[in-house]
Each structure stands twice: as structure tokens, then as C-alpha cells.
Design a protein around this ligand. Sequence first.
Ligand SMILES: [Zn+2]
Length: 480
Amino acid sequence: MTLKIYNVLTRKKEEFVPLVEGRVNMYVCGPTVYDYSHVGHAKTYGNFDVIVRWLRYLGYDVLYVQNITDVGHMLDTGEDRVLKKARQLSAEPMQIVETYMRQYFADMDALGIQRPDISPRASGHVPEQIEMIEELIAKGHAYEVNGSVYFDVTSFPEYGKLSGRVLEDQEEGSREAVRTEKRHPADFALWKKADPEHILHWPSPWGEGYPGWHIECSAMATKYLGPTFDIHGGGIDNIFPHNECEIAQSEAANDEPLARYWMLVGSLTLDGVKMSKSLGNTLTVREALERWPAEAIRTFILSSHYSSPIDFSDEAVEAARKGWQRIWSAVVLVREQLRRAPEGEISDEVDVLVDATKAAFTEKMNDDFNAPAALAVLQDFTRQVNTLLNEQGPQTSGSLAAIDQLYRELGGDVLGIIPDEAEMGADAEREEGLIRLLIELRAQARAQKDWATSDRIRDQLRELGVVLEDRPDGTIWKFE
Ligand SMILES: [Zn+2]
């Protein structure tokens, strides 16, 4: 079974063949760190997290690079988001960047999103950016005007090949000074001259200035992954101009294709509307985590294909939470039973079920990382596990261990929605311990025929959403 990826560059689903067998070099455009991460970041980086986890599950040695934009993203108007925030708070720009970069990692950690192998920062790679700009000037792809350097789009005939946009479509630069400096309206800045009041600037062959946004990704991807690598990812919103400019810069400078497969993630709306600071409709990851468990948010994100848009609403996340809770309840039940299961080999029935589930899950994930379909396979498996446990009585340790292992691999390692005991938060562990203690106290009460206490424990637990079920071999519990 081979992995197929929808390649945005060729607009086709293609068989994935890495440049070097067994190895995947991957670059994903990272966040601009000037504010708290929002749920849109959770989708983009959550989707790539599962993509990387699946590649690793298949046995690939993945090198995952995701940059931190801490100086670039200078807009054509000359307004820089980091600088604006720094002025608002009367803080050092690097203080703002450091604060929100740490918060970004904390938020992604809380969502179970594994960290990239390298998180290069634009501010730490100015010499590499200058070097690439010099190369572009030497090759006739860029020109300097009044201390700024622009990329000459007419020198790169393939400009527009990713987004399908042609030069005639493009609007002119917004600022009059920039418009008169550029030879062609679609030319974009590689280096910008710093105004005297600009706080962040570096010396360069063209005077004091700062790099444009797009060049950082080209320079850092080349540095860590070489001129050509396997997968380039990002959010669909950045396909133009950002990704298009990256291709132009890298391919013009290196004379080699930038990435073999382009994977772009669909955007996230909040209650049907694009999130925007000015409209005041943003939801930060921190706020979302106060309302839902991380696993429920992940399940919601995985409930649509990575390339599709998704709408974040209370109802949709709540529905995902319920779906996740059904799987999690089954996992808790299986682990609970495994602790006191009779020793024994795996049954033929469970053996067949586990193999069939793995095969179906693999088929879905190998089809362009179809996580919603893979999630449905896991939900189907859960229904069958529940039937097995409810209708066929106690299972052997071999069967329960195989079921638990499948949940750990596919639900835990790949989808990241099933924590194992070590990863389980202290709260969840405490919760499980308290429930078990109450079950023990109830068993003691029953042994002493103290039915009032026994019923009270059962009823009050039910009010808290914990259902007890008495079986010949003991009491089990699950979330309602
Ligand atoms: Zn980028």
C-alpha cells in the first residue's frame, strides 16, 4: 500500500516518493509571533502534526522544520505587527517576540502537537537572507533601488505556477514610494531600507534595513533542508503571494525546484466568519482549552480533511467532544479490565478485528492523510469493542492487550487523541483514582449490606456523569 498525496503544485493526487529512500525532509511556514495563538493555528499545526506522526508511523525518518517569523511579515505599507505591538506596550520588540513564541509552544504542547525538529527564527538568519539576495542580484533576478531590493518577477517565467495567478491579475503595491521604486507592479521586496524611526534593522550591502517576509522561508529552508526537499506545507491563505514568492526566490537562486510536494491546509472560520482582530471575533487556543479538553479540540480538527475549510462553533466542538468521549470511555474500560483479566491468548475474533481495523485505518491515512475517515474507522472499532465487552463477557488478557495496543498506536501515536498513563494529566489520573476509591468503598458497603451508602455512591457518581455497572467479575465504570 503506497502513500498518496494531493500535490497543490501539480493539482493531482500522486504517489509519494521521497528524494532519499526512508527519509522525509519537510518545511512548514510557521506563525508570526506577535500575539496569542488562535484556533486557526491549532488547525494548521494540528493537521501537520498528524501528517508528520503518520509519516513517522510508516517508518520514515522525518526532519520537520517550521520557522518562527519574528521580524519579517513587514507589510508593503511599512507597518510591522511586532513593532506596532511593541509600541503599544512600550516594550522591546524582541521581548514581545520572546513572550509570544514561548506562549505559542506552550499552547501547541497543550494541544499535544509535537514540536518541529528545528524552529529557526528569521531574526537569527539575517546573514543567510542577505546572502540569498546577493545571489539573486548576481543572477539578474533582483535589483536595488534607494537601499531596498526587489525581486524582478518578469525574470522568472514560472511565477504564478503554484497559485495559478498570472502577472496581469496582480494589484499594484499600495504605497506610492514603493510603486515608483518597482519596475513591475508585481515585483516584491527582498530587503527594505529602514526608516530612521525603525527599531529593528541590520547592516547590509545596501545600507541599514531589514528583510522582507518571504525571503526568510527560502533562506532557512535552503539552509536546513537543501535546495530541493520533499514536502512544503502551510496554510492556504499564504499561497499567494507568500508561497509563490518563496518558489520564485529559491528556484531562481538555487536553479533547482524548491519542493516536490506542496500541501496546503484549509482555513478555519469562527461561527461562519473569518477570524479577524478588527471584527473582534477571535478565539485563542488558551480560551478554547479552558472550555474543552485538548483531545476534544484535536478530534474536532481531525473531523474534516486537512485541505478542507472547517467552521469552529460550540456545537461542532461539542459534537466532536462527545465522539471522542465514546472512544475514551472504551479505552478506560479496556485498561480497567486489563488490570484484572484472566491470563490468556488473544482470541481469533479480536485478532481478526484488530488486523482489519489497522488495514482500514492505514488505507484511509495513506489516501492523502484522510484523518476524518481514519477517525471513523476508530469509532467503528470502538462500537465493536463495546459490543464484545458487553455481550461476550470478560476477555482474555491477550485480547484486551491487543485492543489497548491498537488504541495506543492509532489513537495515541498517530491521531494524538488517546493519552497513555504517562501522558495523562495529573487531573485525569486523580479523577480515575478517586472513582476507583469510591467503587471500592461501595463494594465494602455492599459486603456489609449497607445498601443506602452503596446506592448513594452510585447515584452521586451518575450525577457527575460516571456510570457504574455491576458485573459478575466486579464493577466497571464509564463516562456517560
Ligand atoms: Zn513561509
